[in-house]
Write a protein of this length. Structure first.
Length: 295
């Protein structure tokens, strides 16, 4: 596991030497436990890239903590207490049921920068919030690292109707896609939206900000790059279908403030982000039924 933080902490010389091989340390195929490192962003390699296609999101606060594990990378926001984005890779070899949920604070984050399990006490009874995964357990359940999905850095307060309805349907869709013949991997990046004030967790003793909605972008890179983007409000009804929430990638960027697929050349990036969601059609969604067209 790797943590890249703007708050530099001195490291033993041995750990500094290990930085040169970080790309191997966090490779998806790695099976051994790895050291936890805190590295300066200006001197470190970019180990999070293994979880992204054409670059991980750009534009999050420079104060964020970038956490990289063998099954995902995420950018944890000290102010909201939740990840601004999380990226992961789904294949037919990773999909499956995982360990039981065992909620824990992320040991790579300072206590003041994250929530603890007790902070969610009373949230469901009062506001209908579940502990919603950004990286879903079932998408990486066959890996030996699946337990990391239950760390609270990967969790946000998500309304039960959304978490157990359309959000779960989209997770199931990405898992089916990863099992499809001819698909080597599905690259997913997801995160919260803060477009209106939401009630805070009644049991939390740290200041935080509950998301008003969520976005998710799926990408398949071969034989050509295809994408599908979705946006959901916290109040999405349980019975809602995912196809009514298809948007263009540039809509996600505008509302999240992030730059996705930033390593593509400008022309290809503009065409991908503004163009039709080809991958959404492969998921069974008609290209004209998009949330963007209804706004």
């Amino acid at each position: 596991m790797v943590r890249l933080s703007a708050r530099w902490r001195p490291l033993p010389a041995l750990l500094v030497l290990l930085a040169a091989s970080l790309a191997d340390v966090v490779a998806v195929r790695a099976q051994s436990e790895t050291p936890e490192l805190a590295l300066r962003p200006d001197s470190a390699p970019r180990p999070e890239a293994v979880h992204c296609v054409h670059g991980c999101p750009v534009g999050a606060s420079p104060r964020n903590d970038l956490i990289v594990r063998p099954i995902y990378a995420l950018s944890s926001n000290d102010d909201t207490k939740f990840a601004d984005w999380a990226a992961y890779r789904v294949t037919r070899r990773t999909v499956g049921s995982g360990p039981e949920r065992d909620w824990r604070a992320d040991p790579l984050l300072d206590a003041d920068d994250t929530l603890e399990p007790s902070d969610y006490r009373g949230a469901h009874a009062r506001f209908g919030f579940d502990r919603g995964h950004q990286v879903p357990l079932a998408s990486v359940g066959k890996t030996r690292h699946a337990r990391y999905t239950n760390l609270l850095s990967n969790i946000t307060p998500q309304k039960s109707a959304l978490n157990q309805g359309a959000w779960r349907k989209l997770e199931a869709a990405e898992q089916r896609l990863a099992r499809r013949a001819g698909i080597d991997a599905v690259y997913v990046v997801t995160g919260p939206l803060y477009e209106r004030t939401m009630p805070v967790l009644p049991g939390a003793d740290e200041p935080h900000r509950v998301p008003s909605g969520y976005w998710k972008v799926l990408a398949v890179s071969a034989p050509v790059l295809r994408v599908a983007a979705f946006v959901f409000d916290q109040e999405t009804p349980r019975a809602e279908e995912i196809c009514t929430h298809v948007v263009r990638v540039d809509e996600v960027e505008r509302r999240s403030g992030l730059d996705l697929f930033a390593e593509l050349d400008d022309g290809a990036e503009r065409g991908l982000e503004a163009g039709p969601a080809h991958l959404a059609r492969e998921l069974g969604c008609a290209p004209t039924r998009t949330a963007a067209s209804k706004r």
